[in-house]
Design a protein around this ligand. Structure first.
Ligand code: GLU
Length: 320
């Protein structure tokens, strides 16, 4: 069964770029006649808030998206909040420890910055493998550091290739990414581990997300392999939305949120049209609803390059 997912991180209010990625993920799954799962990616407990979760759900419903599984819908394969699924991630980590694919790491961010002159990857300085093979056990590493270590994945150095439905054939070398964190020093699972366990547990076949996560697909493919889990069938990494000054939209304060647009009376069709237009699906930013867009949706029409909004989102939505 074709199954897509919407996976917001409730660490702030959703902005136009987030809404656009979720709209495209929804359009892809629905246009294939597939199901949609809503999953809340709230593993980063200190940064995620209940209020952001509620507003994200409201924003996406307002935009015209719906889902078959998750909060406000069915719950056959849940729970859907990652903060309630830590046991499953821990079991996966244990499996990687048993097979020798996970090792304890005592390095701080500063140690890594200092130890490596290597170029920075998408997650900061590429980890040089300092702790790989260094400690026989977690307890030994903890004793050495006098605090709990992290767990890292021993990334096998064979290139990972996959087909991206938008970007084309992709090959990534693990050495350019480094051994990545599976479980953080502060006791929280990593995004890579959680998302892999959940996409498999929830039977996700189509993953569509921002282009900034394309390297993570290589990490996740390695985890599917090591954990013996079924990987999604298709990947699509969509370009990012840039404001007229060349800045990527972010959940930082001051950037226009979907919540603000909603509360100031902007129509959802206006926002959906703007998202579709900026993704290359429409010739102009006309008002249109999500369902109308799904009837004619073709992933091949989504532009490959990042798209800059010609004007500030405020002006484009008539709020300036
Ligand atoms: N939770 C991420 C976000 O809100 C998406 C991660 C993913 O799609 O794998 O951007």
């Amino acid at each position: 069964m074709t199954t897509g997912r919407l996976a917001p991180t409730p660490s702030g209010y959703l902005h136009l770029g987030n809404a656009r990625s979720f709209l495209l993920a929804w359009l892809w799954a629905r246009s294939l006649g597939g199901r949609v799962v809503m999953r809340i990616e709230d593993i980063d407990l200190p940064r995620c808030k209940r209020e952001f979760r509620e507003e994200a759900l409201r924003d996406l419903e307002w935009l015209g998206l719906d889902w078959d599984e998750g909060p406000h819908a069915g719950d056959a394969i849940g729970p859907y909040d990652q903060s309630t699924r830590f046991e499953q991630y821990r079991r996966a980590l244990d499996k990687l420890i048993q097979t020798g694919k996970a090792y304890p790491c005592v390095c701080s961010r500063k140690d890594i910055e200092e130890a490596t002159r290597a170029p920075h990857g998408d997650e900061g300085a590429v980890y040089p493998g300092t702790c790989r093979g260094r400690f026989a056990t977690f307890a030994q590493a903890a004793e050495f550091a006098k605090s709990p270590p992290a767990w890292r994945f021993a990334f096998e150095d064979a290139p990972i290739s996959f087909h991206d439905e938008i970007q084309g054939p992709i090959t990534i070398r693990p050495r350019d990414l480094g051994d990545f964190v599976l479980w953080r020093k502060d006791g929280l699972p990593s995004y890579q581990l959680a998302v892999t366990c959940d996409d498999a547990a929830m039977g996700i076949t189509q993953v569509l997300r921002g282009r900034d996560l394309i390297q993570s697909t290589a990490r996740q493919l390695a985890l599917y392999k090591e954990l013996g889990l079924q990987a999604p069938k298709q990947w699509a990494h969509v370009p990012l939305l840039i404001d007229p000054t060349g800045r990527r939209l972010a959940k930082r304060e001051g950037d226009l949120s979907i919540k603000a647009l909603r509360e100031r009376g902007v129509k959802p069709e206006k926002v959906a049209g703007l998202c579709a237009y900026s993704a290359g699906l429409l010739l102009r930013a006309e008002e249109i609803n999500a369902r109308e867009l799904s009837a004619a949706f073709d992933l091949k029409q989504v532009s490959r390059a990042d798209s800059a909004l010609p004007e500030a989102p405020q002006q484009m939505t008539g709020l300036a």
